[in-house]
Design a protein around this ligand. Structure first.
Ligand code: CS2
Ligand code: MG
Length: 412
């Protein structure tokens, strides 16, 4: 079972996706997601120019050895581009191993620890009535847990709130499938942390009043606060019993979470921009977070994220894997197999892909009353229709950024 072919496929059905496709000499095909939102072509070049040739002729069954070889032999460790490239190879090899064994990947990881994966959807609205409609729309689709993002009076545009030009998912949910907007330059948004801090508690109070105490509610702060501001927000949200507050401070300063933690019992989730266990070392060991947000795609694949989550399990920290539309159907499948098998699964983010994306990527997962399941096809359970993918060439796209009223670039 030697690797015969390594192809990098770039397609842009509802948004840009990068997929690695490995073929073995005995005809098995494995897929890996290498999509790095807004910096896609850097990973394409890394894979095509520096990795593909190293794979040819190698034993496709040696997943751990391949991971260690790609990580250590490069000398330059970690970082989103490197780790997304390694993740794609890793996922494709797990896909191949599953097909060779005739088993879904979750069986190779130890089998199912649960029947399905509770998933949360993204409700958003500029105003409360819009937000309530969006929550109801998600409940009608079966979602049992919901992320709440809201407009803030005085601010023009806020990331995570579906715009008027948003597309719809295959189930008709209104989403910005590509918040990384297509165009030659990134969109500029505005930001005011004090206005945000004044507004958010009232929104959660209204949502609790409307939807009752049971519905798990989540919120994403996109790294915009200082530790003391985050502590204040966590404290002010305590009466509304959040499932989690996500990315409350800029993620690279792990120590910042100590201060937040001292002041609030609101559960904290962090890590969608982390790449290795080293980014989590302090915050897991000191129990400064409750949920690990990494995607399989951005954290070196199933092999490495499983190690992060096993480490987290010792400290009662659970998974909350990233699942926006920029994680491709292949990356989502990998998350579902891993989530089904580990003991410390927490919740899975599930932002549904668009109709065109689902025509390019044929998927085996099921969605049943708020729960995902990866399905029982051998491997990851995703196939890529190359002809369909060819209809959608890459288009430059950037995530938006924000500036304060005086023009200062702010964290996000
Ligand atoms: C968000 C994402 O899903 C989330 O929690 O933070 O929309 C994130 O901003 C994008 O995936 C960035 O690529
Ligand atoms: Mg997030």
């Amino acid at each position: 079972m030697r690797i015969d072919k390594a192809e990098v496929i770039v397609t842009s059905p509802d948004r840009n996706f990068v997929t690695l496709r490995l073929t073995t000499d005995d005809g098995l095909v494995g897929l890996g997601d290498a999509t790095l939102n807004g910096r896609e072509l850097a990973v394409v070049a890394y894979l095509k120019e520096h990795v593909a040739a190293l794979l040819i002729g190698k034993d496709a069954s040696r997943i751990e050895d391949m991971w260690q070889f790609l990580y250590r032999s490069a000398y330059w460790r970690r970082g989103p581009v490197t780790m997304a490239a390694i993740a794609a190879v890793d996922m494709a090899l797990w896909d191949i191993k599953g097909k060779a064994a005739g088993m879904p990947v979750y069986q190779l990881l130890g089998g199912a620890s649960r029947d399905g994966l509770m998933a949360y959807g993204h409700a958003s609205g500029k105003t409360l009535p819009e937000l309530f409609d969006s929550v109801r729309e998600h409940q009608a689709l079966g979602f049992k847990s919901i992320r709440i993002q809201t407009g803030v009076p005085g601010l023009r545009a806020i990331y995570g709130i579906a715009s008027n030009t948003a597309g719809t998912s295959h189930q008709g949910v209104r989403y910005d499938h590509e918040p990384a907007q297509r165009g030659a330059l990134p969109m500029q948004e505005d930001w005011d942390t004090r206005a945000y801090l004044r507004h958010i508690p009232g929104v959660f109070e209204a949502v609790r009043h409307e939807f009752g105490p049971e519905l798990p509610l989540l919120h994403d702060a996109h790294h915009r606060m200082t530790p003391i501001q985050a502590a204040k927000l966590g404290k002010s949200l305590e009466p509304f019993d959040l499932f989690w507050l996500e990315d409350c401070t800029p993620a690279e300063n792990q120590e910042a979470l100590r201060l937040v933690r001292q002041h609030t019992t609101t559960p904290l989730a962090i890590g969608e921009i982390f790449n290795t266990v080293w980014d989590y070392h302090t915050i897991i060991r000191e129990q400064l977070i409750d949920y690990v947000r990494s995607a399989v795609t951005h954290t070196g694949g199933i092999t490495h994220l499983k190690k992060v989550l096993d480490y987290a399990a010792i400290y009662q920290v659970k998974s909350g894997m990233h699942g926006p539309t920029d994680v491709s159907p292949v990356g989502m499948a990998a998350a579902m197999h891993l989530g089904l098998s580990i003991h410390n699964f927490g919740i899975q983010e599930y932002m549904q892909h668009g109709v065109k994306t689902n025509q390019v990527f044929h998927q085996s997962f099921t969605w049943n009353e708020g729960y995902l399941h990866p399905g029982d096809q051998p491997g990851l359970g995703v196939t890529l229709d190359v002809d369909e993918a060819g209809k959608y060439p890459y288009e430059q796209a950037y995530l938006p950024f924000n500036r304060l009223a005086d023009g200062t670039v702010h964290d996000w």
